[in-house]
Design a binder for this molecule. Sequence first.
Ligand SMILES: Cc1ncc(COP(=O)(O)O)c(C=O)c1O
Length: 206
Amino acid sequence: MDVVIGCVGGGSNFAGLSFPFVADKIHGADITIIPVEPTSCPTLTRGPFVYDHGDTARMTPLLPMHSLGHAFVPAPIHAGGLRYHGMAPLVSQATVEGLLAPRAVHQLRCYESAVTWARIEGFIPAPETAHAIAVVIDEANKAREEGKEKVILFSWSGHGLMDLSGYDSYFQGKLSDFALPEEDLRRGLEPIKDLPKPSTAKTGKW
Ligand SMILES: Cc1ncc(COP(=O)(O)O)c(C=O)c1O
């Protein structure tokens, strides 16, 4: 295995697929493991590693996680399953450890990749899954440019048959990209700024 890819909302479909390969990586395997999120909800790529609640109502205990703040409300993109403020503690810790290489992808690029997939493979991905597909395409193109043969595994997290209105909007040119403004990031983190901070020290070398 060379590259493992999955979209991340809360982290469960990604962790289910990738954690066996994270174990291989800890034991020396050369594998690139990429969680993919939307630029509008960039929990792993721009959110700090903090203690936060897992829910807006603050019912959960404080957990160490990458977070945009439990009160954060992301832009209304179509990948609704990726609009979560936090990330699973183990996915967050593996990111702190440098075992994962998170990326954020814009909405239009996701739909473009999903349409490419549907035209070639004959079935329709969910907008969430399209985030993973966009990075699969990037990694396949990179391998081709480098003249390397790579095995790329990704999580097909769901079909897009409930999301045809999103595809319709895409084809009508009604969708847009949205990158979270710095000011919104700062505002989201305000309510948790005084909470204790977890250690960001790495526990191993990989
Ligand atoms: C199709 C699809 N993929 C991925 C996800 C992301 O969830 P998680 O990161 O918790 O696996 C969702 C969440 O609703 C989803 O509907």
